[in-house]
Design a protein around this ligand. Sequence first.
Ligand code: ZN
Length: 558
Amino acid sequence: MRPSWRLTACLAGALAAAGVAGADDKSGATMKIVPNIAKRVAQFAPTPINADLSALSAADRKDLAAITAAAKLMDEIFLRQAWTGNPALRREMAAWKGADADAARRYYAIMVGPWDRVAEKKPFIGDRPHPEGAGFYPEDMSKEEFEGWLAQHPADKERFLSTFTVIRRPDIKQPGKLTAVPYAQEYAEWLKPAAERLRAAAKETTNASLRKFLETRADAFLSDDYFASDVAWMDLDAPVEVTIGPYETYEDELFGYKASYEAFVTVNLPQESAALARYKERLPWLERNLPIPDDQKNLSRGTESPIRVVDVYYSSGDPRAGVQTAAFNLPNDERVREAKGSKKVILRNVMRAKFDQCLIPISRQVLAPDQVGDVSFDAYFNETLHHELSHGLGPGTITLGGRKTEVRLELKEQYSTLEEAKADVMGIYNILALIEKGDMPAALRKALEPTYVAGLFRAARFGVDEAHGQGVVAQFNYLTAKGAIQVDASAHYRAVSEKFPGAIRDLLHDMLTLQAKGDYAGTKAFLAKYGKATPELRTALGRLTAVPVDIRPIYAAD
Ligand code: ZN
């Protein structure tokens, strides 16, 4: 999973899909390109993403090269998973001429297909609507046809619902016939050489946990049985770490069954991971420290999954398309999660790039000028970590009138809006507590609040009128009402340090109380009261149109 909407995307799409106009006459293109194609490309700031390789041995570096070669093959598979028409369109586009054609090729490479992933998958080349089933199913197959086939052929169920098969029409003479083709067969052209490269890397490495993962994953590429290698991935502890294979099912918007290939080749950051382990040891203390009565606290929560902090050396496939992933939580296989838990991986250098390209320009536009210089990556990184850790704290399973239930079930569609806002606020509350306790440096305090306010603006750009936006706006309005945030006449925002800890405590108390009581009506009322964007907020957000939506990573290995 990509755990947090706030963490994953730097900013949401700012450009609405515009009408499609004819391409440059001289282009010779048979397809139409949207007129604002250059502007769309400019939403993604090209950014070198570097990993520090100085601590790696010669063997580690050879590994890195072999694994990266395997990772590159995932791009070719994902191109076809995104849309079966992609290889032909890519060939056709190579012959296009003119400035718009260059921009179209660039945007096509960013989006991995002719549909804009930050504008509701509307086409920016041509006018073909995006197939919900991407390249996983016949484009003309409806949900009903798929379900009808299974009703008539119950023996096909397992193979059809498998995460690792594509659905095809095997016989043009029998157009109503459907079949499931295993990934290992459909994508053999790339999976076979990828497996060879992983085996070569396995021979090279001196790290047993990496060798085990590479060997079992190479087997899985040929058998589609990923269980053993997912387990080996959980045990992975090596200077060079890799996540490679079919994982997320977001690209399959028809059913969400089929997994997309992806790869992250990363360099472990042991110091950062160790700092994180220290915070994780503090989780029981942080739970006891929450500003709610003890009987509402969740003092019996089980052990949390491991968290790893890494720098990305290379990424490919699904997560390289559109908005870049800054953290993920894998594997998704429930059998592995039950046996081994799951692992959260935070991509530090990607976060840094988003901070430089998006958060800093945002803070220049929206913060009081004397607070812009206080915004720091260290604060941003810690706020993000503690946002993630906070999802594991506070009410989860609750008892209402003798009935055992979950906050999630009681708050229904309001749940994720409140939970995301809670994680933001609790992250700040916990950092303040850890500073007080001497576990985090006091120097962080000056950067903490302006960085948080700038971060709220980044999140607010997702749209202040949508559900998640409401939770962000509620933080602005509540803290402003408590005097912790001040807005001046020119719509510049200031964090008021003396008022912040008290206001954050009150806000967290109110949110946790709604959760502890499973209070659906109260949550709705709270979000209605605080969730409306003020004119000042809209003015400030209006100044952000030129700030990039996200980064376009450029790796040394590209
Ligand atoms: Zn979150």
